[in-house]
Write a protein that binds this ligand. Structure first.
Ligand SMILES: Cc1ncc(COP(=O)(O)O)c(C=O)c1O
Length: 431
């Protein structure tokens, strides 16, 4: 039985409030799936087993709406990882640092991520966690800004790790941390601004912030713009080079599907690299790492943003995962992402009783990332029931249901099915 068929068997019967009925929405989903230029990419992923098992207990077949937290497994990864372990590690052992290209993996994989975030080659390096890269980027930005600038601005609504690390970076560099809502950044900028840390897409609401406009404003004030791309890399065009972003970080386990704990990436704009003064100048960033010198001299280029020995297994899993992007245009991903979130919102409006949820995600396309966040007081309990029925999203305290839409492997029929199951759990009409 196909996923669509299983999903159909478990849906609520129809609309609740005079919107389009479920037959109309199902027909629209079929039409959208048939016209989807990315439909074939789904085959590149392993999907279904565990979610479908949950679905067998009275829910929709697996609908995975949590790729904004942990992307699904690309089919190319298990075999490649087995080869890395058995042959490259098991047989070649230490020779693999050179012969299997382990040593240069951070820059090589960085160059594969670069086009997905609008960066030319030689500016992205992979390694460490997002949190660690936030620290590296912020301290480097403050050092570039010089001693006259004593304020570090951070998105007041940020994912907590960025806020914690910004506070520590401010303490260590003797700057004052100023948390500011993204909408108020323009007014907060001034001659004291050293650096500004912002999220491209808000992790809770799914709001897309104005990266070009805010970067330009930070530059007009003479500061440095550092962007957290965790929720935009692989989901929408970022345009790092085009918009003159200074430094950026992002994780690779969400829309880049690199696997649990996959290493993060750090972008340092080409013309700033010479001034990148790392707060963590490990031996991997040295111009002569095997020279074993007591004195530190940074390598040229983005290599100087490395720290210590790269986590090769995770890193090479990520490299294999990036194969799913072969022939995929990020513009098509964005178009489908917006179509999926539009369609989900339309189904929610048709099936869920009015007033039961509040849509938190902005409706204008220019302000929306690749997720839909819905607020309701019992969100935690609702999400538990949804997951039990095979519709996997996540809950963000205190009251947000979060649904991530990964255009590479998600279709419109299952989006409609997920909305129908959600409506059932929220007291909408059921079969
Ligand atoms: C915006 C943002 N920044 C940072 C992180 C996490 O950082 P790390 O990879 O260090 O756990 C997340 C994780 O979900 C995130 O959403």
């Amino acid at each position: 039985m196909t996923q669509q068929h299983r999903a159909r068997a478990a849906r609520p019967a129809g609309p609740d409030s005079g919107g389009p009925d479920s037959a109309v929405l199902r027909a629209e989903a079929a039409h959208l799936d048939a016209a989807d230029p990315l439909a074939h990419v789904r085959e590149r992923f392993v999907l279904g087993a565990a979610d479908a098992a949950a679905g067998a207990h009275g829910g929709a077949a697996g609908v995975y709406l949590d790729g904004n937290s942990l992307g699904a497994l690309p089919r190319s990864v298990p075999e490649r990882l087995a080869d890395v372990v058995r042959r490259e590690w098991g047989e070649l052992r230490i020779r693999s640092w050179r012969e299997s290209g382990w040593w240069t993996a951070p820059e090589r994989i960085g160059d594969r991520i670069a086009p997905l975030v609008g960066a030319g080659p030689g500016q992205v390096v992979v390694g460490d966690s997002t949190s660690v890269n936030v620290f590296k980027a912020l301290v480097a930005a403050v050092r570039m800004a010089g001693d006259d600038r004593d304020e570090l601005l951070v998105d007041a609504t940020t994912f907590p790790t960025d806020g914690y690390i910004a506070r520590s970076a401010a303490r260590l560099t003797g700057r004052t941390l100023r948390p500011v809502a993204p909408g108020e950044v323009h007014d907060a900028l001034g001659p004291r601004t050293a650096a500004v840390l912002l999220n491209h897409v808000d992790y809770r609401s799914g709001r897309l912030h104005d990266l070009p406009g805010l970067t330009a404003a930070v530059h007009r004030a003479g500061g440095y713009a550092v962007w957290d791309l965790c929720h935009s890399a692989g989901a929408l065009p970022v345009g790092l080079d085009a918009h003159g972003v200074d430094l950026a970080v992002g994780c690779t386990y969400k829309f880049l599907n690199g696997g649990p704990g996959a290493p993060a990436f750090l972008y340092v704009r080409k013309d700033l690299q010479e001034r990148y003064d790392s707060p963590l100048p490990g031996w991997n960033s040295h111009e002569a790492p095997f020279g074993m010198r007591g004195e530190y001299t940074p390598a040229d280029g983005v290599v100087r943003a490395r720290v210590g020995t790269p986590d090769i297994l995770s890193m090479l899993a990520l490299e294999a995962a990036l194969d799913v992007w072969d022939g995929v245009r990020i513009a098509d991903v964005r178009a489908k992402s917006l179509a999926l979130t539009d369609f989900f919102l339309k189904c929610v409006a048709a099936y869920v009783p009015p007033g039961r949820v509040e849509v938190v995600t902005p409706l204008p396309h220019g302000e929306r990332g690749s997720q839909v966040a819905l607020r309701c007081p019992d969100a935690g309990a609702v999400m538990e029931r949804l997951i039990a029925r095979g519709v996997v999203g996540d809950f963000r305290a205190p009251d947000v249901l979060r649904f991530g839409f990964t255009p590479l492997y998600l279709g419109f029929a299952e989006t409609e099915a997920a909305a129908a199951v959600l409506a059932g759990e929220l007291g909408g009409q059921t079969a």
